[in-house]
Design a binder for this molecule. Structure first.
Ligand code: NAD
Length: 291
């Protein structure tokens, strides 16, 4: 069994981005600038945004954080997005999800300028992704493809099971893995909460991507020997032995699964760090497009 070290791979990607930024500085080109919109006080959202800002510092990007109270109206938030759309110094920005319940997420994401949409969630970019046209790929699926590619895991002709059909992970990774690309060409099945034969599907799969958010749900007796397991799940589980009072768990029961499979991503330290690295890669791309 080989552990796919997402932390290590993400550092490789960040170092590549840093050297591109250094080159841009040498050539008097613009320094990439990523902005984030954070609405409300959700603890995990604050943590994710702070990690993104820290990663910007690491690679030499400029970053800005726009914070709003969860009582902001949809129209006021749209006005703020338009201001960022019109701010020439900002190359790309994200709206940290989830948004408060009273705000229509779809409506808000469609207000982001597609050329600054480094999360790849605008319908135009999502449509391009589905059509296989070069665009900003959503960061988590892009990070999964990058991990597969850099670990030299073959996907062509393999049976791949994506568990979860969310718009940010399950749906896009199922599209990318089925496309006619080197690290695609898999025969993809998408399982979800209404799937009745999940264990059977798991057992016959060469590659499982799990994005459901149920801690340690996938057990060793559910996976095929020698298969590859990519665990996207991140759930806070109460743990009195940790000083934080919780630990982070993936969807996969690492202890029982790891001894049977060929490759596996740990949680933490697997897909999570790749997501941030790919967001920065998209921001560098947005900045280069406006050179
Ligand atoms: P989500 O929370 O929107 O939806 C969960 C999906 O799981 C749904 O499509 C549902 O149909 C499916 N599901 C639920 N129970 C199931 C079951 N028993 N069998 C089969 N399918 C089932 O999905 P999401 O936003 O993609 O998040 C999934 C997990 O991935 C969460 O833990 C989230 O925190 C994590 N996540 C991690 C990253 C990262 O960077 N590593 C990024 C995004 C999401």
């Amino acid at each position: 069994m080989k552990i796919i070290d997402g932390k290590k791979v993400s550092i490789e990607v960040l170092d590549e981005i840093k050297s591109s930024v250094d080159n841009r500085v040498k050539n008097n080109l613009k320094i990439p600038h990523l902005a984030a919109i954070l609405v409300g006080n959700d603890g995990p959202s604050k943590t994710y945004v702070n990690s993104k800002i820290k990663a910007c510092e690491r690679v030499g990007f400029k970053s800005s954080l726009f914070k709003y109270s969860d009582s902001i109206s949809e129209n006021d938030l749209i006005d703020e997005i338009q201001k960022i759309n019109n701010n020439d110094d900002i190359d790309g920005f994200i709206v940290q999800l989830p948004l408060p319940k009273d705000i229509n997420q779809e409506k808000i994401l469609s207000q982001v300028d597609p050329y600054k949409d480094v999360d790849g969630f605008h319908p135009i970019n999502y449509g391009k992704m589905a059509l296989g046209i070069d665009t900003f790929l959503p960061a988590t699926p892009a990070g999964i493809i990058e991990l597969i590619e850099r670990s030299k895991i073959q996907t062509a002709g393999k049976k791949c099971l994506v568990i979860g059909r969310s718009q940010i992970v399950g749906r896009p990774i199922s599209i990318l893995l089925s496309q006619n690309k080197i690290f695609g060409n898999a025969t993809v099945t998408v399982a979800h909460s209404r799937t009745s034969n999940l264990e059977e599907l798991c057992l016959e799969s060469d590659l499982i991507i799990s994005a459901i958010g149920k801690p340690e749900f996938i057990k060793g007796d559910m996976v095929k020997k020698g298969s590859t397991i990519i665990d996207v799940g991140i759930t806070r589980v109460d743990d009195s032995s940790s000083h934080k009072g919780y630990r982070i768990a993936g969807d996969v029961d690492f202890n029982s699964v790891s001894s049977r499979v060929g490759f596996i991503t740990p949680v933490p330290g697997g897909v999570g760090p790749m997501t941030i690295a790919m967001l920065l890669k998209n921001t560098l791309k947005a900045c280069s497009l406006s050179d």
